[in-house]
Ligand binder design. Sequence first.
Ligand code: AMP
Length: 508
Amino acid sequence: MSTSITFADLGLADPLMRAIADAGYTTPTPIQAQAIPRVLAGGDLLAAAQTGTGKTAGFTLPILHMLLAKPLEVRKAGRPRVLILTPTRELTAQVEESVKTYGAHTKISSMVIFGGVNINPQISALRKPVDILVATPGRLLDHCQQRTVDLSGVEILVLDEADRMLDMGFIRDIRKILALMPRQRQNLLFSATFSDEIRELSKSVLTNASEVSVAARNTTAERVDQTVYMVDQAHKRDILSHIISESGWHQVLVFTRTKHGANRLAEKLVKDGLSASAIHGNKSQAARTRALDDFKKGKVAVLVATDIAARGLDIDQLPQVVNFELPNIPEDYVHRIGRTGRAGAAGSAISLVDSSEIKYLKAIERIIKKTIPQLPAPTGWTASPPSPHGADDEARAEGRRDGQRRPQQRSARPSGSGAGARPARSGQGPSSAPRRDSQGDSRSAPRRDAPAAGARAPHGAGGAVRTGTGMGAGARTGSRTGAPSSSAPRSASGDPANRPRRPALFNK
Ligand code: AMP
């Protein structure tokens, strides 16, 4: 990841150099080495860079430098000089955190704006001058309509994760926002991939842009060890719980395709004595922030997330990513595993793949241009009791999710859905489609997320997870016992005395 260019070569202002040193960065990453001089030169930029490449500093550092070099005599309330648009509230918060980190030794002010939370504190904050505004498009437009934000002074526009913004149906909002800004401005567009749609957008936003690219189109993060385990969908929760317990992972991000699946998996892991929480669009902003904080601080070892909720999460050197289900859009796999192996750190990603997902695996391998090594299913795990509906609910959801994602992504924003406040496991079905930026999770919204009510496995008589005391220790004991000689599960109702204590995890 490092380059022969040094930060000193880039000519950044002293307060920024101090912040870089505070952050412990020694050399610019390739995207920084390429983007920073171009942004400082004042031109528009089209940059292909995935999350994890250091792209945020790639645009934040030169922006801060330019603001420092040209201070305004009069700063007005709610009238930013820089607008950074991002697709999700988590990414918005993280980008602004970076702005604060790199601007720590300056007086430059920044603020975030995103939906799903009370607008009034944002309105109050906007009564003060703000230099850099980081926002999701929907809530920003609300502010513009209420005249609490004035975009007429924007000198620099950044579209971060532009591909995601298009995927999430923000193009009309973006166009409305563009119309509120001065024509004369510097534009920086960052995208993980250069799709035809991105090229189209860039034509309407950028002028004589230089192009930089730090990864060939759709390449997978290079330093991520990738492995596939072929397992039955119905056994995935038990197997994953077992893997995490046995491997002693302390920080693992698990992707599920549905919000309901994320909840169920987190509940199962907690029952098995692991510290886990779920993060997705149906959780309140406060719950999401808390879960992320706990995960970052190491209080929670397992964060279970849907794709959009996880988008942009910046967790330093995340060692382990798990695909509980493969995404049906292959590019999402690249984004997911981009959470690990960040900025040069080594990482590992495992995928639990059911036979019904082989078509997704093939599609992923086509786009990453390599075959992901497959290992036999892990052994030694304990089966939970079957669902009262006779079939695993995620397996049933599996049958419904093909081909349903793309059309829904582009649907218009439903009016006043308030989905962010919806109880995590109650509302089910298409009517609960979320407002996009208010929960930043619209792509995982409807039907895929709607298994039949009450599908959760009971913890009643005879169940494996019921051994002992319910939550925690008893369940954990259950999952650690049993070492079947094949990959088949062993029921916890078998004789515990016959089970070895520490079974080998994999049939390697
Ligand atoms: P980003 O791609 O902007 O999300 O950044 C990914 C991670 O790389 C963040 O955790 C940054 O703190 C880290 N990072 C950014 N620039 C550097 C650098 N020059 N050296 C080491 N780490 C960096």
